[in-house]
Write a protein that binds this ligand. Sequence first.
Ligand SMILES: [Zn+2]
Length: 255
Amino acid sequence: MIIDTHSHVYLDVFKDDLAEVVERAKSCDVRKVLLPNIDEASIEPMLGLCKDYPDFFYSMIGLHPCDVNDDYEEVLARMKALIPIVKPVGIGETGIDLHWKQDNLEIQKKSFIEQINWAKEFNLPLIIHARESFKEIFECLDEHDSPELRGVFHCFTGSENEIRKIASYHNFYFGIGGTSTYKKNQDGSIQKIPVDKLVVETDAPFLSPVPNRGKRNEPAFIEHTVEFISKSLGMTFDETAALTTENAKRLFKID
Ligand SMILES: [Zn+2]
């Protein structure tokens, strides 16, 4: 059994063949798919999927760093009010993205810190999107990490130094996705990640793993990432699936 811990299958690009996407995932032993939302507009389609496929799709609530705009405070207030109603399995995705936008770092940070506080308040894992922003994210976590905070650096590729820094926080996991299979990232750093902190994800429809790079990503493709991790760690496919599934269940408190 495999859990895809990060997938945006509620996006429009899946609307014509969603049933087949779900079937293909199940035939690859993907039994659960966790859905981080992006903005307010993505909440309704996400909740629709969770209703149509109970115990398969699971929701999360958060504001993506690329969608932090001047009205972010009102948006966050409305999202926060939904948490007790929706009962998401995580907060996110949040974080900081300095690839697409650099001029609003201050409000990206404020939005991120607000969502760190939700994770603590509601005892939910925090889903962190870090793009060209490890330094800024580490500054926020240095100040706000605490024993009751847990979370995941989604779509993680990073150096040994970054792995060591993340592992030094109380309870942070590493979400390994398609980008780990790209040549430029095959630097052996995956072997430095504590094995009890590895979880797998697709980030569908983005960032398909090799050999599907460039195509629309979907949960079934996660098998290529599991295969890649297996080879990197000298484990069997089934051992890697079992390990990452146990880790995901512990992080998200699902079974
Ligand atoms: Zn994402």
